[in-house]
Design a protein around this ligand. Structure first.
Ligand SMILES: [Zn+2]
Length: 318
């Protein structure tokens, strides 16, 4: 049954795709008459540095052309594995405002952030402004690892539009402290996120309650699951980061659970070891479906990102 797995430990390799160059992005919705000047060329607008592209999409929606927004992680990077370059650290130290996810998503950014704060840079940590989901026992977390034990913080707050909505107003207030008033834009973004939640619900309506069961690459869909009534059955990498290993026994247990629950699909994502996922799929009879739970789509839109997740989940489970 699981002979393919027994010899091979499911070691996760860093998914360091893309270039190490930071991405400079213009504000979405900018019209031909309001083209942003190149970043760092203007002393008038505050510079905002965002660590993670999915957060950057919503930051840009809120900020518009009132500030220069730069996202550090390249598209395709695994946020759990990302290490800021020396240039990234310089950018953090030179910014007016830094936006990070927190909750140990960007585990290797704590020292630069502490330096930036000591220098007087304002740091807005999104995880400080939302209802944090805690890892629950039975989710397959590794109890011996304090970052994964039941009760640890789940960093994947972006998989639920209503959780994303929670930090918009406090973020706008922080911008106001930098001399930028985005009150009207923030209200529009909040309305958009509430509408997006409705659209996601409509899409997921095709999945019967009894089939709302998720098996993912790692435990990345907790906020989504709690918002939309899905049960987390297990993960190929049984933690809330992609940096871990699964034992043969854990994989055999997962295979058993998938069979027992009659789950038709395993959602593979960034950092999920393909050979392991394929072996679990083969032994359980489930199909492997790619899920972009960490990567912003080409159009840079959070709405597109969430609707794609809803569509993928619906298509695989309905
Ligand atoms: Zn993740």
């Amino acid at each position: 049954m699981l002979t393919a797995l027994l010899g091979a430990t499911a070691t996760v390799l860093a998914a360091c795709g893309g270039s190490s160059a930071a991405t400079v992005v213009e504000a979405p919705g900018a019209t031909a008459s309001s083209v942003s000047p190149p970043a760092a060329s203007s002393g008038a607008r505050p510079s905002v540095i965002v660590t993670y592209p999915v957060l950057g999409a919503v930051v840009k929606d809120v900020v518009g052309d009132t500030a220069d927004v730069r996202v550090l992680m390249p598209g395709g990077a695994d946020p759990h594995e990302w290490t800021p370059s020396a240039k990234d650290v310089q950018a953090i130290l030179a910014a007016d405002l830094v936006v990070d996810n927190g909750l140990m998503l960007e585990g290797r950014i704590q020292d630069p952030l502490a330096q930036a704060k000591a220098k007087g840079v304002t740091v807005f940590t999104v995880g400080d402004h939302i209802t944090v989901r805690k890892v629950k026992s039975g989710e397959g977390a590794e109890p011996e690892d304090p970052d994964q034990a039941p009760g640890a913080d789940d960093p994947h707050l972006w998989t639920d539009p209503l959780t994303m909505k929670q930090w918009v107003t406090p973020f706008a207030a922080t911008l106001k402290g930098k001399g930028v008033d985005v009150t009207a834009r923030a209200a529009r973004v909040e309305a958009d996120l509430a509408d997006l939640d409705s659209r996601v619900r409509e899409t997921l309506a095709a999945v019967p309650a009894g089939r709302r069961k998720l098996v993912t690459g790692h435990e990345s869909m907790g906020y989504f699951a709690e918002r939309y009534g899905f049960q987390l059955i297990g993960a190929v990498i049984p933690t809330v980061t992609s940096q871990s290993e699964a034992s043969a026994r854990e994989l055999a247990d997962l295979t058993k659970k998938i069979k027992a629950a009659g789950i038709p699909a395993i959602f593979a994502e960034i950092g999920t070891p393909k050979a392991t996922t394929d072996a679990v799929a083969r032994d359980s009879g489930a199909t492997v479906v790619e899920l972009s739970a960490h990567l912003l789509p080409a159009d840079g839109s959070y709405r597109t990102f969430m609707l794609a997740i809803a569509t993928t989940v619906t298509g695989a489970l309905k």
